[in-house]
Every structure is written in C-alpha cells, then in structure tokens.
Design a protein around this ligand. Structure first.
Ligand code: SF4
Length: 438
C-alpha cells in the first residue's frame, strides 16, 4: 500500500540540504511525497531552532500538524532538526502530539522512524552530533540550474551570541573527494551554479587535513564541466589568506560576490562576542578584497543591540556602513539565546534593538539603490530561474544576487529556465532590475 508523506523544511539552506537527504532516503524506501499534509500518512517538520523567531515558526508548524492529526486528517507527525536537538530533553513532553523526534545526528534514520510511526509506535533518536559527516544522497529541491553544496557541518567559533555550536556540534569538513563527486553529479543533472555553504566555509579542511582547503576545493570545483558559477557563502573575516583571495580573484567560475558576516565593527563588542579580529582588520580586509577583486559585491550580516552597544558603538557601526558602502546587508535585532554567554550579558531591550536594526536598513537603502542603478545600460549574465505569468517576463539572477536574500532580474526574451541569458538592463527599482534579452 502506498505510504505518503509531506515535508515542511524550515530555516536555513544547511537545513534544507538535510531535508533533501531525507527526501532521497524516503523515496528510496518507497514513500511518496505529497504537497499537502492533509490526507498524508506522515508529516515531517524539519525545524530551525536558532533564534526565538525561528523557534516560534517551528512550533506554529508543529501545532498546525498536531491539529490535522487531532481531526483525523494526518496519520503521524515526525519532528527533526535543530529545535528537536536543542530541546531534546523536553520536546516530547511539551508537544505530546509528536510521534517521533530526531536530532541533527539522526537524519539518516528517517526511514526507520517513519516505519515505526506507521506501526503505531513512537521514536526518539539522537545520534552523535559530533560524528563525522554522514554522506547521504539527496533530491535537489532548488533550481532550476542551481543547488546548494554543503561542505561542512557544525561550527567551532563559539561566537558568544550564537547557539549553533551547541546545536549542530563542532566543525566537521566533508572529505574533499566526496564534495567534488557530489558537485560532478549535480553538474551532470544540469546544475550550473553551486552555492557553497557551511556555517563557516573559510575553515574548510582544517579539521580533516590540518590546513585551509577552500581555495583548493574551489580550484577543483572550477574544473567541473558544466559548472559555471561558484558562489561562496559565510566566510569568516579573519580566516582569509592570500591563496584564497588569489583563487577568488582569478578563478573565473567564482562569482565576484562574497558573503562575509561581520556582526559588528566595534572592537570591544567584537571581543566580548568572542569574534576574532578587530574592526580595523575588517576594514583592511574589505579594502584588500575590493582592490584585488574588481566588481566585487559584498554581503554581510549584522546584529543590532549586541551586549555593550550603547549609542556610541551603534553610531560607530552606522559610520562604518556609510564609509564601506556594502552592497548587500542583512541585520537582525539581538536575540538573547538561552545557554549562550551573550544572553547573560546586559543589553538593550528588544524594542530598542529592533529600532536600531530598522535604522540600519534605512541607512542601507540608498546605498543598495545606488548599487542597482550602476547596472543601468550594462549587459548582465543572468541564470534564468522562472517565468512570471503576471508580468509575462522571465526571472533570473545575476552574479550579484543570491537566491531568496537578494534581488532578481526581470526581462523579456526567449530564455529557458536553468540556462543563462544575456540581459541588457534598462531599469532598476526596489532592488529589482529590468531589461531585455540581448
Ligand atoms: S561563526 Fe559564530 S555566528 Fe556563525 S555559526 Fe559559528 S558561532 Fe554562530
């Protein structure tokens, strides 16, 4: 008899890769994915538990599934991912509607858990979150034409505000040959853009090989036929070396877009947050990168209202943003996460942190608008991702746009999804570009 399941994947791209692995394992075991949990035998909620907002979203989704179960419209409920791991001691007690709960070391056990639930029993599986990364195939749910490539698990940085090292375990690189093999397979299935991700990709290889291997990995990925864009996400600022900068500058496949989360620029705050390096080192790094990589687009993320941020430190951050003119900025209000050192430090209240985050976005808006205007009259290479029925235009992304967090390019032409198009940019508005295919 057909066994159906629905999957709700929450949180970041790294968690999405775990969802894709579970999709593969369930598909191999004969389960059928359905789009709607209503009427399914099972619903799997793969959660994020990183900050309060993510936890609330996960709990809302679990409660919705619990309601379906109560109404007899859903067979069983499985919860996986970061929220399960973080609250493993209490999650089943607090949410008794859950039939099975899997931690971040147990994604590979999803089929066994699904069968247990279908047999009317419960399961609670928490494998070793510090074990070497399990190599599991996946069903790519992104695209067309692009996919995430996760190269490591966990994090060793222990930034004082962040719960990730406690949830996801210490930093573990995947073997280089496994990453390259996966990239080849993705290319063979039409993937042209690889988005290289991990909590911190700059330290890739240090645990396995005793040295930084991101440059070498990029070199090997660049040689794969069919891969045309390599996009690098989450580079820790103090881990750049000359070899990496040279590779980024000279490897034509690496898009000149770097995501370097800095969180703040004030020395005392950086130190208190256990970030390595100083504000001046960040300034110097950005200067070097811009000098050595023409056309570079920088993305960063910041936290407003960190412990120790008085008006003076906040002003310092704003002054830095005005001077650095970073093209892409994301900002979160500080969220004191239980169990982290920063949660015990004095900080501004949530309202003030939000006010400061809003001020940063106001300050950034004209900088980002000016950046978009720069493309007027230029021809950009665009990876076509969709067709918008409403405007009857193709939609794609240029090198300056990462999926979901940046803008898009709308254009008229005869493009095909998953392929590249050359687009002459004729207008820019609200972070979006418009043009015509050349
Ligand atoms: S680098 Fe810092 S902020 Fe990023 S995941 Fe690791 S501990 Fe968290």
């Amino acid at each position: 008899m057909e066994k159906t399941f629905a999957m709700i994947s929450l949180g970041c791209a790294k968690n999405l890769v775990n969802s894709e692995q579970m999709l593969y394992l369930l598909d191999e075991a004969g389960f059928t994915l359905v789009p709607d949990p209503e009427g399914a035998d099972l619903a799997i909620v793969n959660t994020c538990g990183f900050i309060d907002a993510a936890k609330s979203e996960a709990i809302d989704n679990i409660l919705q599934m619990a309601e379906l179960k109560k109404e007899g419209k859903l067979g069983g409920l499985i919860v996986t991912g970061c929220l399960s791991e973080r609250y493993k001691a209490s999650i089943l007690e607090e949410l008794p509607e859950i039939d099975a709960v899997l931690g971040v070391g147990s994604f590979g056990d999803i089929v066994g858990a699904a069968n247990t639930v279908l047999a009317g029993r419960t399961a609670s599986l928490f494998g070793d979150k510090n074990a070497p990364v399990e190599e599991i195939s996946r069903v790519v749910s992104t695209g067309p034409g692009w996919a995430y490539l996760r190269i490591a698990e966990g994090c060793n940085n222990f930034c004082a505000f962040c719960a990730i090292p406690y949830i996801r375990g210490h930093y573990r690189s995947r073997k280089l040959e496994n990453v390259v093999a996966e990239a080849r397979e993705l290319a063979a299935h039409g993937v042209k853009e690889l988005i290289v991700i991990a909590q911190d990709i700059t330290r890739y290889g240090t645990d396995l090989y005793g040295k930084h291997c991101l440059a070498q990995l990029c070199r090997e990925l660049g040689q794969i036929e069919g891969i045309e864009w390599i996009r690098l996400h989450y580079l820790y600022p103090d881990q750049f070396d000359d070899e990496l900068i040279d590779e980024i500058a000279h490897n034509d496949k690496i898009v000149k877009y770097l995501d370097i989360p800095i969180q703040h620029i004030n020395n005392a705050i950086l130190k208190r947050m256990n970030r390595r390096g100083t504000g001046d080192e960040i300034r110097a790094l950005f200067k070097t990168l811009r000098e050595r990589i023409p056309g570079l687009v920088l993305r960063t993320s910041l936290i407003a209202g960190l412990p120790g941020e008085s008006e003076a430190e906040f002003e310092e951050l704003c002054a830095f943003l005005k001077e650095a003119r970073i093209e892409r900025v994301g900002v979160f209000p500080f969220s004191p996460e239980e169990g982290t050192p920063a949660a015990a430090m004095a900080h501004v209240d949530a309202e003030e942190a939000q006010r400061r985050a809003d001020l940063i976005m106001e300050l950034q808006a004209p900088i980002m608008d000016d950046f978009c205007q720069r493309f007027l009259g230029q021809t950009l290479r665009v990876l076509v991702t969709d067709y918008d029925e409403e405007s009857q235009q193709w939609v794609g992304r240029s090198y300056a746009d990462s999926p979901d967090i940046d803008g898009e390019v709308y254009f008229e032409g005869t493009a095909r999804e998953g392929e590249f198009a050359e687009v002459h940019i004729t207008a820019a508005e609200d972070g979006l570009l418009y043009g015509e295919e050349v």
